[in-house]
Design a protein around this ligand. Structure first.
Ligand code: NAD
Length: 324
């Protein structure tokens, strides 16, 4: 498949692995890139900018294909030196950056000067248009189905993607709710130039996550996610475990929610421990509704090859036959 995404990013298949906290490490990013997609190293998963530089070098040792770095700008428990992370990305020589969360405008001049292509992840059309206006090269349009932070508008990809196709000039990825070839074919039909998957890549051989977590996601249905931090206007879709249920219970109490009451339950470090020791109720982890479509733990190569094959078959046979 050739699309504006494969052309601009220099990749074989229009499939991007979204930045994921604690998951987007060199092994996963390299596996996705080696399979012909675009792998992404998550910047803030590395504790310091120096560690990020080392992680990028590790990824280069594992692949000679393009890969990107994600920089997410959202509320955090500890302040993040974003400027230093951005400088490090530029110094590393990486040529593609995925930004997410707040407006990436302050960092665009330095990325542009370094010849870096910027993909901004947006959860609304107004933010996508703004990203186009300030000079982002591509956007990733993130529907309400997605894992992590879907924004506060609750508009699904069935609406967002056609709107994006009507209004944007720059290429865009469909993100959220996609886990198979049907999703890829549908995203392309709705005007997207490719897809971005996070949750689906969590359940692969190469994802640095305990087998118990992967298996729990295989066993899950589409009803097994929860929305937390709604009351703080920092909504996140996470796997519905006992900790997520506790957070929702605290948020449902009368009066405004104080983040301090949630902090110990949701701290990212607990999520990281959960991923490494497989204790499913230690903290929270991001997961999208697409868990309902995941029923195996393939390698990234198997997954990407299968998704492309399924999408091609749908386009060539199923859709063609309808016209015949
Ligand atoms: P963390 O440990 O600093 O915070 C844990 C969670 O609490 C995060 O979701 C964060 O957004 C939220 N949070 C922190 N302070 C808050 C406040 N004052 N008000 C409301 N919410 C608050 O974060 P982490 O888990 O180490 O993650 C680091 C960064 O990556 C954060 O910016 C986080 O939002 C982001 N992240 C994004 C995704 C995604 O799917 N897009 C998933 C996980 C984390």
């Amino acid at each position: 498949m050739r699309t504006r995404v494969t052309e601009m990013l220099g990749i074989k298949h229009p499939i991007v692995q979204g930045g994921m906290q604690w998951v987007g490490v060199a092994e996963l990013a390299a596996a996705v890139s080696n399979a012909g997609g675009l792998g992404i190293i998550t910047g803030l998963t590395q504790p310091t900018p120096e560690d990020l530089l080392k992680e990028i070098a590790r990824c280069r040792d594992m692949t000679d294909k393009p890969f990107a770095v994600n920089l997410t700008i959202l509320p955090t428990i500890k302040p993040v030196p974003y400027e230093l992370y951005a400088n490090t990305i530029v110094a590393s020589g990486v040529k593609i950056v995925e930004t997410a969360g707040r407006n990436p405008e302050p960092y665009l001049p330095m990325f542009k000067a370094a010849g870096i292509k910027v993909i901004h992840k947006c959860t609304s059309i107004r933010h996508a248009l703004k990203a186009e206006k300030i000079g982002c090269d591509m956007v990733s349009v993130d529907g309400f189905e997605c894992a992590g932070h879907p924004g506060e508008d609750d508009v699904t990809n069935m609406i967002l993607l056609p709107l994006a196709a009507r209004r944007l000039k720059i290429p865009f990825l469909a993100s959220g709710g996609i886990g198979d070839g049907r999703g890829l074919a549908a995203a392309l039909a709705m005007g997207a130039d490719g897809i971005n998957m996070g949750t689906r890549f969590m359940v692969t051989q190469e994802a640095p996550i305990h087998q118990k977590v992967k298996q729990r996601m295989v066993d899950a249905s589409e009803l097994d996610t929860a929305l937390i931090y709604r009351s703080l206007r920092n909504t996140a879709r996470v796997f519905k475990n006992s900790v997520a249920e506790k957070v929702m219970e605290i948020e449902a109490r009368d009066g405004p929610t104080n983040f301090e009451d949630l902090k110990n339950l949701v701290a990212g470090v607990k999520g990281r421990e959960l991923f490494s020791d497989g204790d499913l109720d230690k903290g929270i982890w991001s997961a999208g509704m697409v868990v309902g479509l995941i029923d195996d733990i393939p390698s990234c190569e198997e997954l990407i090859t299968r998704i492309v094959r399924e999408a091609e078959e749908i386009i060539k046979f199923r859709l063609q036959q309808m016209l015949a």
